[in-house]
Design a protein around this ligand. Sequence first.
Ligand code: NAP
Length: 456
Amino acid sequence: MMPIATINPATGETLKTFTPLTDGELEAKLAKAKTAFEAHRRTSFAQRAQWMNAAADILEARKGEFAAIMTVEMGKTLKSAVAEVEKCALVCRYYAEKAPEFLADVPVQTDASTSFVRYQPIGPVLAVMPWNFPFWQVFRFAAPALMAGNVGLLKHASNVPQCALAIEEIFLKAGLPEGAFQTLLVGADKVAQIIADDRVMAATLTGSEPAGASLAANCGKQIKKTVLELGGSDPFIVLESADLEAAVATATTARMINNGQSCIAAKRFIVSEAIADEFERRLVAKFQALKVGDPMQPDTDIGPLATPGILQDIDNQVQACIKTGARVPVGGKPLSDRPGNFYPPTLLTDIPPGASAYNEEFFGPVAMLFRVKDIDAAIQLANSTPFGLGASAWTQVKAEANRLIEEIEAGAVFINGMVKSDPRLPFGGIKRSGYGRELSSQGIHEFVNIKTVWVK
Ligand code: NAP
């Protein structure tokens, strides 16, 4: 099991370790969550919105401080961490404003004198969260959950405990009552026990497939609702008519964002044969121009991977792919000239059909390039993985865009743009990328009782 600790991925240095909660401490927190819910469910939207906007104010006022915690714990560049904190403030303000509208009674005409749908909070919700966007993943769960009148219990990834504690502090300082949002410093081995507790009403997990499957199985035994946001191997399709310069620039960002560790990163580049050589040349040039190094420095593009295990995994995947006969025009092995978990931007191409890379998620700065003869082959290849999170497709032909929108198996399709999350748009996947949605109106409806009311 992973220790709960801050280990700087740029140096390998252990900066701080934490003792997991005892069963007694955990019990006290669950009891507090239940008590807090009884009060929180009765608060007005106006009151909740005031707390949520106060949380946004704190995030904005202290963004440099929170960003530095993220960078030290998981290695993202400081500038991207600052942007992440700002996005968290945005989602707080978004739900502060929109929750009353999303959760208003919905009148329905029936044989009753009055009938309507009312959305009510369900209670304490457990959120099991990953380290890759250690603030954003939590806020995109917490803002709608708290605005709906639920209370939150956070089991964050073991390598980002200081992020987890900072988030709890933000909500407390914002004025939310004690117990409305609590961080549980526990390992993954405690999750089943927490789910089995009668006071916990539902759970959401963002992370890997095995973790999601385990959480959902445990919730299934208890008849508790789940939302799962799991892995992806998003296609990035570039057809012949595409604006190549824009596609290559976006392709680089879409793969390298967060040091390559994003669920919705573009991972498989599926390019029309007619333009593939040019696309490859330009992509290699862009990859070579990226600066790998200290994530605290403003001119760094790519920091270290979050843990030595992730570095090892990505290296194993790349070496296995090379063994099948793939070509590596750039990158291909860990940077061994320094401490820390550094891996260079890497491109794999000419991957033989049948190689396991076709079905795997590469969670690091490694792109795969596939050449296809036409749009039919592009769609077929795009859909040929177990995943279905996002997809980006580039074309200037309207009919092609329409086919891609209709036929790509994914929770999101972005035409001529990069897949990204936005509070105004629902976010989530299909197939083994999970189920349920976060953000937008759909997200806030995941953890509410949809109560039917009929009055004679
Ligand atoms: P992970 O190992 O699954 O960890 C995620 C969280 O789950 C952590 O809090 C972890 O706790 C916990 N966990 C691990 N095993 C568990 C189990 N058996 N039961 C209950 N909880 C468990 O994920 P990761 O590998 O760090 O994260 C990367 C993955 O997340 C990638 O596949 C990525 O695509 C996916 N992801 C998806 C989204 C999305 O929105 N779809 C967003 C971001 C990331 P410990 O840290 O204590 O082990």
